[in-house]
Design a protein around this ligand. Structure first.
Ligand code: KIV
Ligand code: ZN
Length: 518
């Protein structure tokens, strides 16, 4: 019988640690639902002890997602493991993932502990986790730089304590494939009880080798790979899920392993993550980049027209890129919109569909054709998780290279209309200053990006900004065919988060907001 490789997705934990990738609870739930559709085997929902926000999102995911194992991360300490267990225990298939570093560098400088002390900590942690949860994963952080014989002793000990999965991370992306493959082979031949656990790897991409290292590990007997959508993660990221899965799929002749992932959900998952975080994948990114299936050279185009096999090793349809025939425009109704969203992988509730429909109509009034990317941005932009203290009624601006830019803005707060105007360094600056005059809570723009999500001069532009309010910063996002409109609404999005934060602080609920930048 063909063996199975388990896919452990850590987009919501390691991936979310990458700069700019933070998501709120509702956004994490949306992604978790897509990961369930993608049929990954394990979702690592977060690091519950790290913040109340992380705890809450792991718990919500554990309560809702029923067909996938839900893991939470915990250091090898009772307090972490208890917190993790509280978060994952509602899951149909809960997993505690506990870790401690095993490399001499980490022992000497970070943990300041001897090898024997760390081995004992690892033992105790797994023993305790096992007393709470049947499924316990142990990770030897910085395994790739650890002494192999010591690593084998630690692994043997934690399997004795009941670890079901042993993860060998290349935490700093240091390993070279031939060497990493050898290390895996060494572990498999030098740990007597290794057959009682599933062996796993978790590779970082500092040298661009995360996927290569994961695949060589699989060829040497590893049966769980840890990875993230679009390869996001600490520093240069983690091994990319789509690349590993499509390598296993496309080269089944070589690997001959089963993988449960539904490849047709890869592209929707990638698009959803981009739209939730604003982290855009490069055009030439394997599998999910805009150019991944584009043939530009004349010789290539000619070949593909004659026979796709000449230059295509997999089809766009296999990864869920749809050559959709459903064209959306201003005459499209709710039914068509619902079907279109289903095609794009979104299962919208009636209320979400209504919201999306209103925004869709606005976009459709301004554009001849509404593209898939527009629609994705519409649902994302329509997902206003934070209650809106301020709503934009209108923004009117003028600018040019010969006149001073001015803007007039009207906002609504609890039924009251407030209006003001300002001049600025360009129409966006003027609009934001007018908002500052109304709200009395000026923010400082730390980061500001505009990206066109569709084609043409009438494209939808998506604005991301990080706004600093002194002691805390918030991310604001919005999209529109008009850059000033999008910037104004992105700024208000950040202000509304700030208002929400101030209310929570006032109610002594500071911890509920989780990380500093949300
Ligand atoms: O990179 C790493 O070592 C990790 C572990 C906690 C698994 O993320
Ligand atoms: Zn990691």
């Amino acid at each position: 019988m063909t063996e199975r490789v388990y896919v452990f997705d850590t987009t919501l934990r390691d991936g979310e640690q990458s700069p700019g990738a933070s998501m709120n609870i509702e956004e994490k739930l949306l992604l978790a639902r897509q990961l369930e559709k993608l049929r990954v085997d394990v979702i690592e929902g977060g690091f519950p002890i790290s913040s109340d926000g992380d705890f809450e999102s792991v718990k919500r995911i554990a309560e809702e997602i029923r067909t996938v194992s839900i893991a939470g991360l915990a250091r090898a300490a009772k307090i972490d493991i208890d917190r993790c267990w509280d978060a994952v225990k509602p899951a149909a298939k809960p997993r505690i993932h506990t870790f401690i570093a095993t490399s001499d560098i980490h022992l000497k400088y970070k943990l300041k502990k001897s090898r024997e002390a760390v081995l004992e900590d690892a033992r105790q942690a797994v023993r305790y986790a096992k007393s709470l949860c049947q499924d316990v994963e142990f990770s030897a952080e910085d395994a790739a730089r650890s002494d192999l014989d010591y690593l084998c002793r630690v692994i043997e000990a934690v399997i004795e304590e009941g670890a079901t999965v042993i993860n060998v991370p290349d935490t700093v992306g240091y390993a070279i494939p031939s060497e990493f493959g050898e290390s895996i082979r060494y572990i498999r031949t030098h740990v007597p009880n290794i057959g009682k656990a599933v062996l796993s790897v978790h590779c970082h991409n500092d040298l661009g080798l995360a996927v290569a290292n994961s695949l060589i590990a699989v060829q040497n007997g590893v049966r769980q790979v840890e990875c993230t959508i679009n390869g996001i993660g600490e520093r240069a990221g983690n091994a990319s899920l789509e690349e590993i899965v499509m390598a296993l799929h496309t080269r089944k002749d070589l690997f001959d392993l089963e993988c449960g992932v539904n490849t047709r959900e890869i592209y929707p998952a990638s698009g959803l993550l981009t739209n939730l975080t604003g982290l855009v994948v490069q055009a030439n990114k394997a599998i999910v980049g805009r150019n991944a299936f584009a043939h530009e050279a004349g010789i290539h185009q000619d070949g593909v027209i004659k026979e796709k096999l000449t230059y295509e090793i997999m089809t766009p349809e296999t990864v869920g890129i749809k050559d959709s025939k459903l064209i959306m425009g201003k005459h499209s109704g709710r039914h068509a919109l619902k079907r279109k969203y289903e095609e794009l992988g979104f299962d919208l509730s009636q209320a979400a569909l209504e919201k999306a429909y209103v925004l869709f109509k606005k976009v459709a009034d301004r554009k001849k054709e509404v593209f898939d990317e527009d629609l994705i941005v519409i649902v994302r932009d329509g997902l206003r998780i934070f209650p809106e203290a301020y709503r934009l009624k209108y923004v009117q601006s003028s600018g040019g290279n010969q006149i001073i830019a001015t803007a007039a803005v009207m906002l609504e707060k609890e039924g009251e209309l407030m209006r003001d105007s300002a001049v600025g360094d360009g129409p966006v600056d003027a609009a934001l200053r007018a908002i500052d005059r109304i709200t009395g809570m000026p923010g400082r723009l730390m980061d500001f990006s505009v990206r066109s999500v569709t084609r043409g001069t009438d494209a939808v532009g998506e604005v991301f900004m990080k706004v600093d309010f002194g002691n805390v910063s918030f991310i604001g996002k919005a999209a529109s065919t008009d850059i000033v409109d999008a910037s104004t609404r992105a700024y208000l999005n950040a202000i509304n988060k700030m208002v929400h934060y101030q209310m929570a602080v006032a109610e002594h609920k500071e911890g509920q907001l989780g990380t500093e930048v949300v």
